[in-house]
Design a protein around this ligand. Structure first.
Ligand SMILES: [Zn+2]
Length: 307
């Protein structure tokens, strides 16, 4: 089985020093590629370095809405330089956020920074990975205004309504699903998933965030504390001896330890969950989502190619 992690943050300071091990474990599990998304000027060099060091990593550069206030006056020039020196890169993470954290950030600034990056993605003929929280109306308006996007647009961790799916599809959007879908009401998730054309579905881990809401025993876990052993698997590959609650693996997800981070290999859990809702086999969903990812991430200079 081949899988493609369409959106993650392996450069995140919480897991950066563990990234080599996370990548090798994920590769062993059948994950072939990782689209690693930068979030601000401060981490683009780390993303670039990771892309240079790992053939499996697709570097993505962008300013995430939460980091809009910290951008420098030269941020856009710097961003364009990163794309010039890194032809294998895609755009991301960019977007709009009116959630609890996003509300603290001037929305007009968010729109301005988002539009600039979306226009750049279109000009460079690269896909863009888009974050959207409670701003789907604004997003659709902008996407229709700047689009269509023949080179693709990835609505990552999509949790929007089923009703909006066809409009986004018309603009060239793909939809990637992460562990964040698990707390969603099954009926709502089901309706949304079944509205997405199969040829537009991707899977992602969003690691180190979006730890799936599942029993510990079925998860790959990453401990936050750097003084502890690098990885804790509840799969029996490594013992979970440093998890104080390790003897209790039957607890429900609501009591997942807060000090645990998501591992890219948990994309297998997302695969199982989504395949189950779609009522198709996980092998079939793996094949479809992998092909879709290759199609979306095949652009001039990319590390992956169709065929
Ligand atoms: Zn993200």
């Amino acid at each position: 089985m081949k899988l493609f992690d369409a959106h993650c943050h392996l450069q995140d300071p919480r897991i950066l020093n563990k990234a080599p091990k996370l990548i090798s474990t994920a590769l062993d599990s059948g994950l072939l590629n990782f689209a690693v998304n930068g979030v601000s000027e401060k981490d683009w060099h780390l993303v670039k370095e990771m892309g240079d060091n790992y053939p499996s990593v697709i570097p993505c550069f962008g300013v995430h809405p939460w980091y809009v206030p910290q951008r420098s006056p030269n941020w856009f020039t710097t961003l364009k330089e990163f794309f010039e020196t890194t032809p294998s890169a895609a755009v991301g993470e960019i977007g709009l956020d009116k959630g609890s954290k996003g509300r603290e950030i001037d929305f007009n600034d968010q729109i301005e920074v988002f539009r600039q990056q979306l226009e750049l993605a279109k000009e460079l003929k690269k896909p863009a990975s888009v974050h959207c929280v409670r701003a789907f109306g604004d997003l659709l308006h902008i996407v229709k205004d700047i689009g269509p996007f023949p080179d693709g647009l990835l609505l990552h961790s999509y949790l929007g309504s089923a009703e909006m799916v066809p409009e986004f599809v018309k603009s060239g959007a793909y939809f990637s699903l992460s562990g964040y879908i698990m707390p969603m009401k099954v009926q709502k998730a089901n309706k949304m998933l079944k509205t997405i054309p199969l040829e537009r579905i991707l899977l992602e881990s969003d690691a180190p965030d979006a730890l799936p809401h599942l029993e510990l025993s079925s998860l790959f876990l990453v401990d936050k504390d750097p003084s502890l052993p690098q990885e804790i698997f509840a799969h029996g590959r490594t013992t979970a001896s440093n998890v104080s609650t390790s003897s209790d693996t039957s607890r429900d997800a609501s009591s997942l330890p807060k000090d645990m981070l998501n591992h890219p290999a948990n994309i297998h859990n997302v695969l199982d969950y989504v395949a189950n809702l779609l009522e198709i086999s996980k092998e079939e969903l793996a094949e479809i989502s992998y092909k879709n990812s290759i199609r979306l991430f095949s652009y001039q200079g990319s590390k992956v190619a169709l065929g």
